[in-house]
Design a protein around this ligand. Structure first.
Ligand code: 13P
Length: 253
């Protein structure tokens, strides 16, 4: 049985006060279900990670970074290492989010190094994959996801990969209000799970969690979650509103 997993990616939003307030409201509103029935994580901006982690230290909500750098330390101005994230109480980290891929220009090769560094540093990576609208329209969804998954997980052992969560986030559904239909999400997740079975083994494929992301709202969460291969949700905009995020968590239980 895969435990449902709901993560809120705050992206470049909130401030020092509102980040802590939002985290506290999420913690108090989900205390009956977080951890026991559903893994819940929030992904604040780097600068608020520590204060959010402190505010959540007595709760069952996990803290995730939105990105990481692959080197352990040294002259890498502006970058943040796995050990720094671990040090301030992070347990998860997003790797290869579509905005890192398409706005910042991260490559599969760089993302692979980040996943490996996260695992080596004791963090749990959430590897994000997903096609652009033009790629979907050209019938290339499976090809793109295949490439991102194989390259993103390159040279990692089965044991390492078993600590990874996959997030399928079609780029055309992110921040557009145009969510994938439950069938589209299920098709992509089924493809990913079968691919993982081929790449590793059936057991790993059955156990790994695959989250859907892209315009998830309280109104569509209840239709996405019952899909057989949708194990959770990676929520952007709606995670900035405590009531909406809590409603999404409830839909995942
Ligand atoms: P939205 O929920 O705002 O579409 O963002 C999705 C996302 O990118 C989460 O990582």
């Amino acid at each position: 049985m895969r435990k449902p997993f709901v993560a809120g990616n705050w992206k470049m939003n909130t401030d020092s006060h509102s980040s802590v307030e939002l985290a506290k409201r999420v913690a108090s509103g989900s205390s009956q279900v977080a951890d026991q029935s559903v893994t819940v994580a929030v992904c604040p901006p780097f600068v608020y990670l520590q204060s959010v982690a402190r505010a959540l230290s007595t709760s069952s909500i996990a803290v995730s970074a939105q990105d990481i750098y692959f080197e352990p330390k040294g002259a890498f101005t502006g970058e943040i290492s796995a050990s720094m994230l671990k040090d301030i109480g992070c347990s998860f980290v997003l790797c290869g989010h579509s905005e890192r891929r398409h706005v910042v220009g991260e490559t599969d090769e760089l993302i692979n190094k980040k996943v490996a560094a996260a695992l080596a540093g004791g963090l749990l990576p959430i590897l994000c994959v997903g096609e652009l609208l033009a790629e979907r329209d050209a019938g290339q969804t499976e090809q793109v996801v295949n490439r991102q998954l194989k390259n993103g997980l390159a040279d990692l052992s089965v044991e390492k990969v078993s600590a990874v969560t996959i997030a399928y986030e079609p780029v055309w559904a992110i921040g557009t209000g145009r969510t994938a239909t439950p069938q589209q999400a299920q098709e992509a997740h089924d493809f990913i799970r079968k691919l993982l079975a081929q790449m590793y083994n059936e057991r790993l494929a059955e156990e790994i969690r695959i989250l859907y992301g892209g315009s998830v709202k309280p109104a569509n969460a209840a239709d996405l979650m019952p899909q057989q291969d949708v194990d959770g949700l990676l929520v952007g905009g709606a995670s900035l509103n405590a009531e909406d995020f809590l409603a999404i968590i409830q839909a995942a239980v």
